[in-house]
Design a protein around this ligand. Structure first.
Ligand SMILES: *Cc1c(COP(=O)(O)O)cnc(C)c1O
Length: 385
């Protein structure tokens, strides 16, 4: 059996090595390292793929979130609601900009931000909601957009884990995640579903004025050369990363299909096994893997371990040379940097439970049946013993 990796970037590279190598050399030969034609071509291709009007490439997914909030003109003291159970980048940029983070609990089935918890957290100071399409599953965007419209709030989709997922609205409209809110961010960190070979990110919006504002912000607040109209940042995608992303973008749907396929096999093996709860898509909660649409692109395949010791399972897997991850082990509201007297433990029952139960199994485009069989057997042996 091939060695099991959490993310197999090497195997994926080998399959496209010739094309990647020659396009990287072409960029080097061209010396157009920054803002070159490759970046512009990638931007257009991603706009077409996502069906959004504007993609603004930038340096990473954390910058993308920060720039989106700057572009919306959020001001110190404005409250921004986001999920307690996610990667810290989301709350970090809210705090960095002097905005007030308002962390709320998540849904135990989807792991995504809980719409009822958002409702309870809205105050006259609330200006924006940041849903995260966590682990690759679209958040409940119909309900979130309705709420935002009713209270005149912005919605910033953190699509770092969800690129390529399709959200189906109640009226049947299908939209790629990142094209539903007022603005969205994504990351091209190597391990993301569409990863480059370094850092990269992008902001998406369908709003022409906002796109214009953001294009200036990423470039030192310049709209006319050496005229600085607003305080900006320096955040660019370089041409080498763009050419790699151009090679991988046409493969993204296939990559996501492979992830879903691996998830389906995991779930088939785990169905009916005691002490395990398999991940699910909200649009078809009866089927553990949604076959109705592409709402889940499985950035992670995350189980809940309910009646067995999760940390001992991590150890058991590691002893069997199976890498795994705990995303995320600490609720954001309990992180030293983000503690606040406003928070009440009773408001976070789900996150407080999930951090003790979740375990993410190897998930990437190169998993084979032999590896999946070994992983599932090793998990099942432990939780049923
Ligand atoms: C990866 C990630 C980010 C940050 O992206 P970087 O490119 O690493 O800065 C933000 N939000 C979520 C949910 C992520 O998974």
């Amino acid at each position: 059996m091939r060695k099991i990796q959490m993310v197999d970037l090497k195997g994926q590279y080998k399959a496209i090595k010739e094309q990647i190598d020659s396009s990287v050399i072409d960029v080097i030969e061209s010396t157009a390292f920054v803002n070159g034609p490759e970046v512009h071509a990638f931007q257009k291709e991603l706009e077409d793929y996502l069906g959004v009007k504007h993609v603004i490439p930038c340096a990473n997914g954390t910058d993308a979130l920060q720039i989106a909030m700057m572009g919306l003109g959020l001001q110190p003291g404005d409250e921004v609601i986001t999920a307690d159970f996610t990667f810290a980048a989301t709350v970090e940029v809210i705090a960095l900009l002097g905005l007030t983070p308002v962390l709320v609990d998540v849904d135990p089935v989807t792991f995504n931000i809980d719409v009822e918890a958002i409702k309870k957290a809205i105050t006259p100071k609330t200006k924006a909601i940041v849903p995260v399409h966590l682990f690759g599953l679209s958040a409940q965007m119909d309900e979130i957009m309705e709420l935002a419209n009713a209270h005149d709030l912005y919605v910033i989709e953190d699509n770092a884990q969800g690129i390529g997922a399709t959200y189906t609205s109640k009226d049947g409209t299908k939209t790629k995640t990142g094209g539903i809110g007022h603005v969205a961010s994504t990351s091209f960190f190597p391990s993301k579903n569409l990863g480059c070979y370094g850092d990269g990110g992008a902001i998406f919006t369908n709003n022409d004025d906002l796109a214009h504002t953001i294009r200036g912000i990423v470039n030192h607040g310049m709209y006319v050369r050496y005229h600085h109209d607003v305080v900006g940042v320096n955040s660019r995608l370089d041409s080498i990363q763009a050419t790699i992303l151009r090679a991988k973008l046409p493969l993204l749907d296939n990559y996501n299909a492979k992830r879903r396929n691996a998830a389906r096999k995991y779930t088939a093996a785990f169905t009916g096994i005691k002490n395990l709860i398999t991940p699910t898509g909200f649009c078809d909660a009866k089927n553990s893997i949604c076959d109705v649409c592409d709402c889940h692109v499985f950035h992670q395949y995350t189980l809940r371990v309910t009646g067995a010791d999760r940390d001992a399972l991590v150890q058991h897997l590691n002893n069997n040379n199976i890498p795994c991850g705990v995303y995320y082990p600490i609720p954001l509201h309990l992180q030293k940097a983000y503690r606040d007297d406003r928070y009440n433990e009773a408001d976070f029952p789900v996150t407080n439970k999930l951090v003790k139960e979740v375990i993410s199994l190897p998930m990437h485009t190169e998993l084979d049946d032999e590896q999946i069989a070994f992983i599932t057997k090793t998990v099942i042996d432990f939780v049923t013993k």
